[in-house]
Design a protein around this ligand. Structure first.
Ligand code: TRH
Length: 364
């Protein structure tokens, strides 16, 4: 079924890091790729310079707008997405409320595997007072089960990945992988567990591809200008565009990712991965990490599941390193089946954009 072309306003406030803009840009592109027209309102568009250099200031079907600067008296479209509770500008809310046909107003939430997600997905929040009085706001939760809004997955992603040539891609970076060398991607926040991880990876031939920013800074400090330790050699990457970032994950045997968007991309890459969750002051991230692990490892043999859980928790500073070491190599060697099975399971659910399109056609 083809969806009617609607006008979407996606609002995104960049809090810190790249996840908010990363998710919203990906969503805007995906919707536009399905024939929708999107205005992406950003309070700081600077990361798009490297995340999407080929398409800035827009892409077919996507117009990037600065807010509040260029909001003026623009009228709302058919759908308004408030990403991650970013709070829409009051005059815009007033215009939404005055429209003869109210736009479908969606609060797109952060990704979590916790049980509240299924309970809260698609809940209606009638606005009784304030500039948007009379409107309904709908909560939309991405997630990992069929009772959630699903994950961003553009059509054709799996076919693109299947046609990917990793040796050619590495050669494009000037890298040649030795036959016995395993490739590991590192994208992380400041992480006190990094020395232990590097020491372990250095026990066998390893090409460590290090993303720009916090990961590169720490690796440089630990390995010095040679960027070598034992049998490990590290390669520092520039900031990559989002499509190139996917290629990086596809080229690797093990992916260390963080936050929200790279975490999802690692799952689509279908390789063993380790997630550094965005840390929250009230330690709420521990429960969030545990909830994901429970789902992810549900079908994994007990011994492998226990080692994976211990490794992930140690990488997140939630427990000490296990006595036998982190076990990065055993995850690399034994974690492939879990990653493949998990991706198979995720592919069964409808992706986030498809679910948004069906929802706006018939909210409730
Ligand atoms: O940057 P992050 O840590 O973002 C975080 C999370 O989203 C977190 O939930 C949120 O609360 C916080 O920001 C404010 O990690 P994340 O989500 O993986 O986003 C990184 C984005 O940057 C992702 O879209 C991939 C992209 N990226 C590239 O395109 N090229 C690169 O070279 C790198 C390093 C990242």
């Amino acid at each position: 079924m083809t969806n009617p072309a609607l006008h979407w306003d996606v609002f995104c406030r960049v809090i810190d890091n790249f996840g908010d803009i990363g998710v919203c840009w990906r969503l805007a592109r995906d919707l536009a790729g399905r024939g929708q027209t999107v205005r992406l309102w950003l309070d700081d568009r600077s990361a798009l310079d490297w995340m999407a250099p080929e398409v800035v200031p827009g892409a077919p079907g996507v117009e990037v707008r600065d807010w509040p600067e260029t909001l003026g008296d623009e009228q709302p479209g058919d759908v308004v997405i408030e990403a991650f509770g970013c709070e829409l500008p009051e005059p815009f809310l007033q215009r939404m409320a005055r429209r003869p046909h109210a736009p479908v107003w969606i609060n797109l939430e952060y990704l979590s595997a916790q049980a509240y997600v299924e309970r809260s997905h698609r809940l209606r929040s009638p606005q009784f007072s304030g500039p948007a009085a009379g409107l309904d706001k709908w909560f939309f939760y991405p997630g990992f089960t069929t009772r959630t809004g699903g994950l961003l997955r553009a059509p054709g992603l799996m076919a693109e990945q299947a046609a990917f040539d990793r040796e050619a891609w590495l050669a494009g970076l000037g890298l040649r992988r030795a036959a016995d060398e395993r490739v590991v991607t590192l994208f992380c926040y400041d992480n006190p567990g990094l020395p232990a991880l590097l020491a372990e990876l250095a026990e066998r031939p390893c090409l460590l591809l290090v993303t720009a920013g916090a990961a590169a800074r720490q690796v440089q400090a630990l390995l010095g200008p040679e960027l070598r330790q034992g049998r490990l050699r590290a390669h520092l990457l520039p900031l990559l565009s989002q499509p190139e970032f996917d290629h990086l994950l596809w080229a690797s045997d093990l992916n260390l990712v963080r936050g929200e968007d790279s975490f999802v991309r690692a799952q689509w890459a279908g390789k063993p991965f380790i997630w550094q969750i965005y840390p929250q002051h009230d330690e709420a991230h521990a429960a969030k990490l545990g909830a994901f692990l429970s789902l992810y490892l549900a079908a994994t043999p007990d011994a492998i599941a226990a080692r994976t859980r211990a490794l992930w928790r140690a990488w997140n500073g939630l427990q000490g390193a296990p006595a036998q070491g982190l076990g990065a190599w055993s995850l690399l060697e034994q974690g492939q089946e879990a990653a493949t099975q998990w991706r198979q399971q995720l592919l069964i659910q409808a992706d986030l954009s498809s679910q948004l399109l069906s929802f706006v056609a018939n909210p409730g």
